[in-house]
Design a binder for this molecule. Structure first.
Ligand SMILES: [Zn+2]
Length: 292
């Protein structure tokens, strides 16, 4: 009896962790690096699943309904979140609410194009390439946006959130030098989907072509033949695909160009080694690094 009463009282004191729901596993990981044990973070898209084909399930609606904060990629990557937010009727996390966090807020986007994109183009890259979290330097911006939101939602713990973020940035900084050195002299690459421009810019990698002509649309035979010619000319070292992307086209290009296939992950949990944000980047760097 005494114990039950004690636990009951604890809950009233306000030690309840803040409930944050993110759309992706990598944003969840970045939120945890700021929130630590002060938050309970969950994600909506199952690890390793193609974000563009995601359909929210009933339990997702329930989680958004109870959330104190919702964290999204934005840039049209997780557009399905908007109807979910509408349905949930939770004013805290609706656009403009104190708990609504768009991680792309302070990001300088790449590949911003004018003009619209058709409805059948998968997750469109029309407003800019949405895979910005793959530049580790952008993780500093994303965690700054998360910090601002958590400090706003939970002012008494603002200093702890700030300290957590600084500790994370120190770990990230220590890795950055190692990653840059590992990718010096990396060969030219071809990717299945245009996932890697931010990663490539940070680590000076050259992608000579993309298998999908448009995001979400499989390639034509003539496009593949052209890519194979360009790949041979550029002496590509690897054809990059993710676990959820078809193996056949990457294999075809590898056999034509003499390159190897490198399976990379753009999201935490897509492969077992990518347990959190830093081990995700770590895995990708190792998968691409030329052997010495
Ligand atoms: Zn994409």
């Amino acid at each position: 009896m005494t114990i039950a009463l004690f636990l009951g009282l604890e809950g009233v004191v306000g030690a309840e962790p803040l409930r944050l729901v993110s759309t992706t596993t990598e944003l969840e990981s970045l939120a945890i690096s700021v929130g630590g044990e002060l938050i309970v973070a969950t994600h909506l898209i199952p690890a390793g699943q193609d974000a563009e084909n995601f359909q929210p399930r009933p339990q997702d609606l329930a989680r958004v309904r109870e959330a104190q904060a919702v964290l999204r990629v934005g840039v049209d990557y997780d557009l399905w979140l908007d109807p979910l937010l509408q349905q949930a009727g939770n004013a805290r996390v609706r656009r403009g609410g104190a708990g609504y966090i768009d991680a792309s807020t302070d990001i300088a986007l790449l590949d911003v194009r004018a003009g619209g994109v058709g409805p059948d183009d998968g997750h469109a890259h029309g407003r800019g390439n949405p895979h910005y979290w793959l530049d580790p330097a952008n993780a500093a911006m994303i965690t700054a946006t998360i910090l601002e939101a958590l400090a706003r939602l939970d002012p008494p713990n603002a200093k702890r959130y700030e300290a957590n973020r600084l500790a994370f940035l120190e770990r990230l900084d220590a890795k950055m030098g190692e990653w840059k050195r590992a990718l010096e002299n990396a060969p030219a690459l071809i990717a299945y989907h245009d996932t890697w421009p931010y990663f490539a810019r940070r680590f000076r990698l050259r992608f000579v072509g993309i298998v999908e002509l448009r995001p979400g649309v499989p390639p034509s035979a003539s496009h593949l033949a052209k890519l194979a010619r360009e790949g041979i000319e550029a002496r590509v070292g690897a054809i990059v695909r993710e676990p959820h992307e078809p193996a056949r086209d990457a294999q075809f290009l590898a056999s034509r160009t003499g390159a190897r296939v490198a399976v990379l992950a753009s999201s935490v949990g897509a492969i077992p080694e990518a347990r959190d944000y830093i081990s995700l980047i770590d895995y990708d760097v190792r998968a691409l690094a030329p052997s010495r």
